[in-house]
Design a protein around this ligand. Structure first.
Ligand code: NAP
Length: 561
């Protein structure tokens, strides 16, 4: 249940304000309040859950194994929660996050329907002034941003979108009330990870489905299954082992890359591995593969050909199959969508693929969509057109640091951070899972838990050392950002038209070619060891200023002698 304003009080100052009540914000508020800080979470949504609150489209589900996605911080929680599917669906994921919030009584610290419009650093008072959509100005010492990586949906810029008389929505805003699909003619724009889930799920439920594809993606089977009581008992008994494996692997999953060299084994051995991986659950096909597929054009091309053949085997009409095979990038250089009978959906008589490279969309009309070839009538248009990823949510808030510098301006050509957690010029602002952190390219909650723990320890350190202001040095930020950028140079993904490189054709300035270095590509273990080393070395790269943490309602337990 949403708070409907009941957590809003006359109170205007907090030790910490966390923005975002998703996977990150939920755990962050727990850690901060456990430590005795007076903290609150603000979220523009009507309730908690972030991604899993918003994305209610049919087919929305994890492609991380459910039991590697959940929080690991509480043994009790791990004992109590039963994942029902290996890749759990959105309603269940949202129930899980609500279960966590209720179990630890976190909801009382959360304020919903509170859009943060601005956050300005006040140099004189050394605090953040946070303007909320409801007209309030709140202040805090620490501003912790858990804004999500993919939380700002973007629509295409097509003529006539407001003229359409039927129902239309971006997948992110799929209505909360049930959408009647039976007997409906549906058009969907996009063939990314989201569209691939929607298409497969609704193909047999609608009267007619037309998919408008600009560029195909490389999909591979999710191979989902139910988790029985016995399996769950086994998973519970192995949680330590499972999380240890996630901590060991670059992607934060149980999937470990094949350490053999691609060219050191025979073609037969390679194909044997791929045949096995194709039938296994989850991201194995991407992450248990040879490491060369990420860096070596020839190796990537050979594997892409293998997957192309798999697509050809699954789609009956050879012409349609060819259209579903990506032509401009190899497998895995963009985020790989995992699917359940996606390709088979095109074998149905009521599903049609329109290649809008050949016949571009001219406009949306009152009745549907007109391409250069014909007019399609629809009852529903679904925009599965992606997100202003990673920095979009930062750009939507008027964030100003020391000297009034706007973050939007500073990051105009791409983010620059220290460890993905700090920004020079923005004191006491923390991002547990920010751009260029270890979270963005890994199994997100694994990165988040580390980031939240690290940031919480950092705040505790400041308090116990009597510091009230901390800021990354320009040198530390410059060197981290250069390090993140350098890692792209060896990766095939640097050329991809993907949110990993900051591409979004619907946002001005985010066109392909203007690469922005969004994600840390070194993998979880390297990131964790680097961040831990920074902490062990007294938080090198951070400049602290002394002084008590003043103006707070309560004295944090962590600061008490
Ligand atoms: P996306 O991967 O960015 O895909 C957007 C799709 O819309 C692309 O096919 C794109 O074509 C198309 N598109 C955008 N603008 C268009 C336009 N103006 N005209 C025609 N086509 C247009 O977005 P997404 O599918 O929402 O996925 C984003 C990310 O969310 C994923 O990469 C993944 O990280 C996450 N996700 C995760 C899950 C999961 O955990 N299971 C599920 C869904 C999504 P172009 O490629 O030509 O631009």
């Amino acid at each position: 249940m949403a708070d409907n304003g009941k957590n809003r009080s006359e109170k205007t100052h907090y030790d910490a304000i966390v923005v975002g009540a998703g996977v990150c914000g939920i755990y962050q508020i727990k850690r901060l309040t456990d430590m005795g800080l007076d903290a609150t979470v603000l979220d523009s949504a009507g309730d908690l859950g972030g991604t899993w609150y918003w994305n209610r489209y049919p087919g929305a589900r994890f492609d991380s194994e459910s039991y590697t996605y959940g929080y690991s911080f509480s043994k009790e929680l791990l004992e109590e929660w039963h994942w029902k599917e290996r890749f759990s669906s959105q309603p269940e994921n949202l129930r899980y996050l609500n279960f966590v919030a209720d179990k630890f009584d976190l909801r009382k610290h959360m304020q919903f329907n509170c859009r943060v419009e601005a956050a300005h650093y006040d140099e004189v008072e050394n605090l953040w002034r946070v303007r909320v959509g409801d007209g309030r100005e709140l202040t805090c010492r620490f501003l912790v941003l858990g804004l999500g990586l993919l939380s700002i949906p973007t629509l295409p810029r097509l003529d006539g979108m407001d003229d359409f008389k039927g129902q239309s929505f971006h997948t992110f805003y799929w209505p909360h009330e049930p959408v009647e699909l039976k007997g409906k003619r549906v058009g969907i724009i996009g063939t990314g990870a989201t569209a691939i889930q929607v298409i497969a799920e609704i193909a047999d439920k609608v009267e007619d489905l037309v998919v408008f594809q600009r560029r195909p993606n490389w999909g591979a089977p999710l191979n989902n299954s139910e988790i029985s009581d016995e399996e769950m008992a086994d998973i519970r008994s192995r949680y330590d082992e499972i999380f240890a494996a996630c901590a060991r692997t670059p992607g934060g999953f149980e999937h470990e890359p094949d350490r053999r060299g691609f060219w050191e084994v025979s073609r037969e051995e390679r194909v044997a591995l791929w045949d096995k991986l194709y039938d296994e659950p989850g991201f194995g096909i991407w992450l248990r593969n040879f490491r060369e597929i990420f860096t070596d054009e020839k190796a990537n091309a050979e594997f892409s050909d293998y997957i192309a053949d798999r697509i050809r085997r699954r789609v009956k009409d050879p012409a349609v199959a060819e259209k579903l095979i990506p032509f401009d990038h190899g497998f895995g250089v963009q985020r790989v969508p995992l699917e359940t009978h996606y390709y088979e959906a095109y074998n149905r008589d009521n599903v049609h693929l329109v290649d809008i490279k050949d016949t571009p969309i001219e406009r949306v009309t009152e009745k549907g969509i007109r391409t250069s070839d014909k007019e399609f009538d629809f009852d529903i248009i679904v925009y599965a057109t992606g997100f202003d990823a990673i920095t979009g949510a930062f750009d939507r808030i008027d964030i100003r640091g020391a000297g009034g510098q706007r973050l939007r301006d500073k990051w105009q050509d791409g983010p620059s951070t220290y460890l993905g957690m700090f920004i020079h010029g923005y004191p006491n602002l923390l991002m547990p899972a920010g751009p260029q952190s270890g979270s963005a390219s890994t199994n997100y909650p694994r990165g988040i838990e580390f980031g939240v723990n690290w940031c919480t320890d950092f705040i505790a350190y400041m308090m116990s050392h009597g510091y009230n202001r901390a800021e990354a040095t320009p040198e530390a930020e410059e060197s981290w950002t250069a390090h993140v950028a350098k890692m792209y140079s060896t990766m095939l993904m640097r050329k991809a038209k993907s949110w990993f490189t900051g591409y979004n054709s619907n946002v001005e300035g985010h066109e392909h070619g203007k690469i922005r270095y969004f994600v840390y590509n070194g993998g979880g273990p390297k990131y964790v060891s680097r961040a831990n080393r920074v902490a062990e070395n007294g938080y090198e790269g951070i400049e602290f200023a002394p002084g008590p943490v003043t103006g707070t309602g309560t004295r944090p337990a962590a600061a008490a002698e």
